[in-house]
Design a protein around this ligand. Structure first.
Ligand SMILES: Cc1ncc(COP(=O)(O)O)c(C=O)c1O
Length: 453
């Protein structure tokens, strides 16, 4: 029998998170305040606990995972690594295709890897309530779960278009005891400002972040929790890549290319950074972030300082951005509708150490359906982006006869995204044109700080 799943024991769950900063050729650029001056860790203290701020600025290679967080991880970790024998067969490719499956978590994606860590550190710091944003609902449901596990109330601002497209994600959050509001809402200054200008706004991650940050900053008992983008979030996700490396070691194989869908970058960083450590040590491995062509942050954005939210409440981060008030089209991969990208991922891309690729919506669903019919698992629309890139490259291997090893992170299942699949089958899904005019306009509103060298 051919081996399909490569499994690890619970005692092989990583004991430390891996911090890529230790292996980057250049130190990360500091976040800036509105005056263009670097902000210190103190500026974050109103919304984050000290332990997470320390992780945000740390250059230590290894950061220990608290026992209670590792214990929470045992509910779904280690996650399986699959060899996609059946997909390889359908494609007729000589490539060996592998995927790490993060859909085995209770919320159905990689997001709980950081949610449980963030909830635990906040609880340790005496915080009773967390606010957050969610796009597709994957992050909101993960934080709702984590809040329930560690005794914190959670309020989720859910991007309105997803709130309407994915009612069962809302039900999941309610089941885990969280409160869910469509964003823009009338509960915050930020939401009211957007609604006054655009009463029919479908919302965006940037707007929902503004609302959640505003509320957390105005209440002592409440902190903010972010599901991607920030260094500590990417750090927590590195359990994915570390486990994958062990799994490859067990079968004596190693990827030529690692792919991940990329929204704010935590899923990409989580799977790719531990492989970057090998690359930094001289090993040949390509790392590819895959994004929607309608929200092409890395491939078409500008590398400059910008706000992390739509209103301009967060510190400025040096990143690839489409402009903080860019409103991405309402694609079904809600988790990829973000104007910016992680500063760490952006810097590595800027320095030519990782790659990025953009793919259109219809082609991603075509790939997801082909994958589901071969492998059984129905992927999240976000994950379909990586699958598209892998299938394209596996077909290229068929042309050249190269037996490359292609590995991707199957970041989540699509069980709550079936309305999107139905639309795809009914021919009602569309490819959005590259929104050039909207991006140009948003880029004209970038904050005025000195451009990086
Ligand atoms: C299933 C899934 N995959 C990938 C992503 C993108 O993750 P990130 O923002 O960490 O890049 C998301 C984000 O919500 C998601 O839900």
């Amino acid at each position: 029998m051919q081996q399909t799943k490569i499994l690890l024991d619970e005692n092989e769950i990583p004991t430390h998170w891996y911090n890529v900063v230790a292996d980057m050729p250049n130190p990360p650029a500091p976040p800036l305040g509105p005056d263009g001056q670097p902000v210190g860790p103190d500026a974050l203290a109103a919304i984050f606990p000290e332990a997470l701020i320390e992780q945000e600025v740390s250059a230590e290679r290894w950061i220990p995972i608290p026992d209670e967080v590792r214990q929470a991880y045992t509910l779904w970790r280690p996650s399986p690594l699959f060899r996609a024998h059946r997909l390889e067969q359908v494609l007729g490719t000589p490539a060996r295709i592998y995927y790490k499956y993060e859909g085995v978590s209770p919320a159905g994606s990689h997001k709980p890897n950081t949610a449980v860590a963030q909830a635990w550190y906040n609880r340790q710091a005496g915080i009773r309530r967390l606010t957050t944003e969610t796009g597709a609902g994957q992050w909101g449901s993960s934080l709702a779960l984590a809040g329930q596990m560690f005794g914190l109330d959670v309020r989720v601002y859910m991007v309105k278009v997803s709130y309407e497209q994915k009612p069962f994600r809302r039900s999941m959050m309610h089941t885990w005891g969280a409160e869910v509001l469509p964003s823009p809402s009338d509960q915050t200054e930020a939401g009211r400002k957007i609604l006054a200008e655009h009463p029919d706004s479908p919302g965006s991650l940037g707007i929902a972040i503004s609302e959640a940050v505003e509320e957390a900053a105005s209440r002592d008992d409440t902190n903010y929790s972010l599901g991607s983008v920030l260094n500590h979030v990417l750090l927590h996700q590195t359990v994915i890549g570390q486990e994958a490396k062990k799994q490859f070691e067990k079968i004596g194989d190693y990827p030529d290319v690692v792919y991940a869908p990329c929204g704010g970058g935590s899923n990409f960083g989580g799977v790719a950074f531990p492989f970057f450590a090998d690359k930094a040590a001289g090993r040949e491995v390509r790392l590819v972030a895959v994004e929607p062509s309608s929200c092409p942050t890395l491939t078409k954005g500008r590398y400059t300082y910008d706000y992390g939210d739509a209103i301009g409440m967060t510190p400025l981060l040096l990143m690839y951005t489409l402009g903080h008030d860019f409103m991405p089209p309402g694609i079904h991969a809600g988790g990829l509708r973000y104007h910016g990208d992680s500063a760490l991922v952006s810097q590595l891309y800027h320095e030519g150490l990782i790659e990025a690729r953009a793919v259109p919506q219809l082609a991603t669903f075509e790939a997801g359906v082909q994958f589901a019919r071969a492998e059984g698992i129905i992927p999240a629309p976000e994950s379909n982006h990586a699958i598209r890139a892998v299938i394209d490259d596996a077909l290229a291997c068929k042309e050249t006869g190269e037996p490359k090893v292609l590995f991707f992170n199957l970041s989540g299942h699509g069980h709550f995204d079936m309305a999107a699949y139905d639309k795809y089958f009914a021919g009602e899904l569309e490819d959005y044109e590259y929104p050039e005019a909207a991006i140009e306009e948003a880029l004209a509103h970038l904050p005025k700080v000195a451009a990086p060298a």
